[in-house]
Structures are given as structure tokens and as C-alpha cells.
Design a protein around this ligand. Structure first.
Ligand SMILES: [Zn+2]
Length: 411
């Protein structure tokens, strides 16, 4: 069996953490100076590992194997959220690097081809999942032209200044690249709660994002009797309670919905709100359930509209994202590796978070594997995973990678 080097793995992860380290966390926004420096470092590490490495025209770091035959792409992202953890994305990329090295060091596996990728801007500093979308052949130029970060910098200018604009872009190689593996931290508390070490992903959930606008009448909060108010804020709060009751019977244990933002107009203590907006997101692994929830929401809006003189309007704020199934055959390789290395310590589970794997799955079979997040926390400086779990996950991923490639070569 191929053996990874735990010390080398952890040392590289910690070196990557030093780019943008902020307390225990990391601030390494896509294409920032520190992110570009980390990309140079990563490309150099890939080169040392024997890969043909380059930073492509959108900023993705791609290390291509020099071995012939079918290739497995292992990747994730190394950009972070504004308050990022040190492992979100980074772990999967360094797993890929370590697995490429470990396979190259063993006689039985050194002929196998592993490409390693750090897809640019998974977290959406400029345009979410940009690197993986470019790789699968989406027409990203329009998105690049329109994209700016929170500081108003234009993505086009940033790519130009970094010397990346005009460089060739890493693209899917049909016939050569046969499978994609994305190891990642769980970013939730399910593994920890179940006392398990490895999660094998079945599906990446789909989601809907909608806005509900409640329109009533602004009025004086001291002189307007309760009975004649058209209070948009009170209507919104009552609606949320109804919605929770209506969604509960449709949901299963993995269904989630969130009112992440509420705006009251004008938002003053002495004014009955004349308008109120709520932003709703719901996620599920089952496309039919997502549709049923959307239909139920529309019914509720119809029933609720004009109650107490408040008008309700429902609008979609983003294109619906459908659930994406991971390859059962690849998941089976992960399951066999987990059985061999961590028997009874693994489970199958959906991913509630979006990942590059959902994009890559459009061009080749894809799979994902999780390790536990301590306290279930991510997108925060305190995000962490036990070293023992980081090492175990890499060993499972390496074993599965070798098995996937061996099977491909016997076809
Ligand atoms: Zn991530």
C-alpha cells in the first residue's frame, strides 16, 4: 500500500498557513498579494514533486503529471474567506501534492498520473468557483470583465497587474483526465457528533435563494393604533413562523433553510415599517424536495398577501442550483480505502456546502471526502482539525487514488 509522509504533509500545510496568517486563521483573498505569493510557492513545491506546474491565465495553480496514461485530478482551493480558516480548501490541495509525491516514491505506483489543482477564487472574492468553471470550459470572460472585489478593484486589472492575463488557461483534457477527487474539511459537526473520522460525500446539495418583499404603510409609531397599522415588519415576522411550520413536514434531517438577512424600511424606532425585505436560502440534496419547498413558499405568499393590508412579493435572487451527485464508483474506492485504514470510522453523507467538485463533475466523474472540523466550525479563524484526522484522511485519499488509477489502467 502507498504510504504518505505525515511530517511532510503537515509541514507543507503549516507553510501554506504562513501566507496570510492572522492569529490562528488565515486571510488570503483570491489574487491578493499574499495569495499570489502563496501560488508561487505552491507551484515551486509542485515542480519539486516532479509535476509540470504553472499558474494559469485566471490564477489557478495546475501541476500536470509527466506520466502517461489516465490521470486523476486531485484539487481544491487555497484562497480564503475574509475571515478564513487554515484548512478550508488548503488541505485538499496539499493532500494532492503529498499524494503525487507518495505515489512517485513507491515502485508499485510511480507510473500513475496525478494532476494537482488549486482552483482560483472558490470563495468568490471576485467571481465564485472561477477556476473550476474556467477548467470545464464555461465562457468565463464575461464574468471576468464584470467582476470586482469589495474594494472595487476590477478582476481584469488585477490579472493584468499580476502578469497572468493572456496566459494559457488550464483546461479539461478529455480522454486523459478520467476522475476528480476533492478532499476537504467537513465544515459542519456531523462527523464529530457521530464519532467518525471520514465522510464520503454522496451529493453536493442544491440551493434556492429568494427575496420576499412586504409592503405596508409607514406611519407614526406613537399615534397609529395597532388595529389600523399596515406594519410590514410585523407581517414579515409572522410569515417566518408560518413558513417554519410549513417547511417542517417537507424536510428530512438534512434539509436546511435560513433567513440570513432582514431589512426594515426605514428602520427607525418611531416609525411603523412601511416595507420589509427578507432574504431566504434553502438547501437540500433532493431536487424534488427543493421544488416542493419552492412551490409551498409560493402558496404561502398567495395566502398571506394582503393580510392586514400588507402586500407580499416573492422574487428569485439567483439562478437555482440543483444538487450534484458524486460518482458512486469513485465513492466506492474511497469506501474500500476507508474500510482498510479506518474500519467502522467512516460514513456516507451529503455536502451542505458548495465546492469546486460540483463544477468539475460536469466534465468527469467526481468524488469528495471529508475529515472532521473541530466543533463543526469553518469560515472562521478558529477553524481546525485534529492532526491525527488530517493524516488519516490523506492516507485514505492516497490509497483510493492508487486504486482508482490502477482500475483505469486495466480498462
Ligand atoms: Zn472550501
Amino acid at each position: 500500500m502507498v504510504k504518505i509522509d505525515p511530517d511532510r504533509l503537515l509541514a507543507d500545510l503549516k507553510r501554506l498557513r504562513s501566507f496570510g496568517a492572522t492569529g490562528p486563521g488565515v486571510v488570503r483573498l483570491a489574487l491578493s498579494r499574499v495569495d499570489l505569493a502563496s501560488r508561487e510557492w505552491l507551484a515551486a513545491r509542485m515542480t519539486e514533486a516532479g509535476l509540470d506546474a504553472r499558474i494559469d491565465g485566471v490564477g489557478t495553480v495546475f501541476g500536470r503529471s509527466r506520466n502517461s496514461g489516465p490521470a486523476l485530478v486531485i484539487g481544491s482551493h487555497t484562497d480564503t474567506q475574509p475571515t478564513g480558516g487554515w484548512l478550508d480548501g488548503a488541505m485538499g490541495v496539499i493532500y494532492g501534492l503529498e499524494i503525487a509525491r507518495a505515489l512517485a516514491e513507491h515502485d508499485g505506483t510511480k507510473h500513475l498520473a496525478v494532476d494537482v489543482a488549486s482552483w482560483i477564487d472558490e470563495e468568490g472574492t471576485f467571481s465564485g468557483l472561477l477556476g473550476s468553471r474556467s477548467f470545464v470550459g464555461d465562457a468565463v470572460d464575461e464574468a471576468i470583465r464584470g467582476a470586482t472585489n469589495r474594494q472595487g478593484e476590477r478582476l481584469e486589472d488585477v490579472l493584468q497587474a499580476a502578469g497572468l492575463a493572456g496566459r494559457p488557461r488550464a483546461r479539461f483534457e478529455p480522454g486523459r483526465q478520467v476522475a476528480y477527487l476533492e478532499p476537504h474539511i467537513e465544515q459542519g459537526g456531523r462527523l464529530e457528533a457521530a464519532g467518525k473520522s471520514i465522510g464520503i460525500v454522496t451529493t453536493i446539495v442544491g440551493l434556492r435563494e429568494l427575496r420576499l418583499r412586504f409592503t405596508g404603510q409607514r406611519n407614526h409609531a406613537g399615534t397609529t393604533p395597532m388595529a389600523i397599522r399596515r406594519d410590514a415588519g410585523a407581517a414579515l415576522v409572522a410569515f417566518i413562523a408560518m413558513m417554519n411550520d410549513a417547511f417542517a413536514p417537507l424536510a428530512d434531517a438534512d434539509t436546511v433553510w435560513t433567513v440570513g438577512r432582514i431589512d426594515l424600511d426605514p428602520g427607525s424606532l418611531s416609525i411603523v415599517p412601511g416595507a420589509a425585505d427578507m432574504y431566504l436560502q434553502f438547501r437540500d440534496a433532493n431536487a424534488a424536495r427543493l421544488q416542493a419547498m419552492e412551490n409551498r413558499l409560493a402558496e404561502l405568499v398567495r395566502d398571506f398577501d394582503a393580510r392586514n393590508g400588507v402586500h407580499v412579493e416573492l422574487t428569485t435572487i439567483d439562478v437555482p442550483m440543483e444538487p450534484v451527485s458524486m460518482s458512486p464508483a469513485l465513492a466506492e474506492h474511497l469506501a474500500q480505502a476507508a474500510d482498510a485504514i479506518a474500519p467502522r470510522q467512516w460514513i456516507r453523507m451529503p455536502s451542505g456546502a458548495a465546492h469546486d467538485a460540483q463544477v468539475i463533475a460536469r466534465c468527469m466523474p467526481a468524488c469528495m471526502m471529508f475529515v472532521p472540523s473541530i466543533g463543526g466550525v469553518s469560515h472562521d479563524f478558529i477553524e481546525d482539525t485534529a492532526e491525527e484526522h488530517i493524516v488519516l484522511g490523506c492516507q485514505v485519499a492516497a490509497t483510493a487514488a492508487a486504486a482508482i488509477l490502477r482500475e483505469q489502467r486495466t480498462r
